[in-house]
Design a protein around this ligand. Sequence first.
Ligand SMILES: C[S@@+](CC[C@H](N)C(=O)[O-])C[C@H]1O[C@@H](n2cnc3c(N)ncnc32)[C@H](O)[C@@H]1O
Length: 370
Amino acid sequence: MVSKVLKKMEVLRGFIQIPAENLCEFIENSRLPCVTMLNGNPARIDKYGRLWSSYLKNRFPVGTEVELSRIENGYKVVLNEGEQECLTSDTRQQEIGFNSSNSEKTVTETCSNAYFQAGTICILNDGILETEAIENNSIDLIVTSPPYNVDIKYETYDDRIPYDKYLEFSEKWLKKCYSLTKDDGRLCLNIPLDKNKGGQQSVCADLTTIAKKVGWKYHATIIWNEQNISRRTAWGSWLSASAPFVIAPVEVIVVLYKKRWKKTSGSRKSDILRDEFLEWTNAVWNFSGESKNRVGHPSPFPVELPKRCIKLFSFVGDVVLDPFLGSGTTLIACLETARKGIGVEIDSNYCKLAVKRLKECGILQQKLII
Ligand SMILES: C[S@@+](CC[C@H](N)C(=O)[O-])C[C@H]1O[C@@H](n2cnc3c(N)ncnc32)[C@H](O)[C@@H]1O
């Protein structure tokens, strides 16, 4: 076993440099480079003795001491228990940028009446239209997937209302979120392109128009090719031109901003890697959706979605809001990327689920107290 303090490049790029003096003991008779496993995830050791795995990317904060050991089917890395108190040190918080913007106060105050708060993550059990806990002009980035009005059986919210009422609700929350956002803040809105359940509607076009009406400015639309879904519910007229139905098996992420696209506030530290930037700025994203059963919520998105939005459109230490938190996915992405996160969710059972998922992701070990 070897103890190791993680450097910034190790955290950002997702590797651990095995100290030269321990290398022989660690690789035994293997020839480098070689493939292996790390905590059950695919990994490889390159010829310089660096243990790489996407599992490691942004998993532990910079400056954390971890213990790396050899196990039967590869390697295991764990947080060094004795080091946990160090995670609250000013040094480490500065390193990841948590002290570098003036927005900590906002999150702390917001969280004084929160359902849950740990470090820089907080959950408000409230409706987004009703909540008064978030200060105006305080949010750097909103990443969210609102209800789609497609008759999903949520615990509290009625997801089957007349389309004009749905658009009225959309206008209200888009307006509220506009007030909460900083002048150089952004909104990543995950919605369907269109829908045919309960009548064909151009959801993306309608919500984009409403967002612009309440003040948001349009930047781009990302197509999310969910790969594993079929949105087909009927053929219309089978093998006949009389009235066939067509539907694209994709969703979109509409990217909007408040006043200025150029972001000047915040730490100005980006953590996106070259390959990620190249791939993600091509606005057709291919990755699978999330399983309802696995998460325990009727419509979760995968962590990959908010994680990409956060790394592309915000700086390290920024404040990210999800006004429709659901099972807490956006906050998991905040935890993984060292952003402050606020989630608003109307249903207390979903808040409970979000807390459970955050704990499984190690939120209580992070101790990012501000
Ligand atoms: C599409 S789901 C969000 C799923 C989330 N992205 C996830 O990964 O779990 C929408 C959520 O908004 C919640 N909701 C509905 N109306 C709300 C409101 N007025 N304020 C806050 N949350 C609301 C619902 O309970 C539901 O959990």
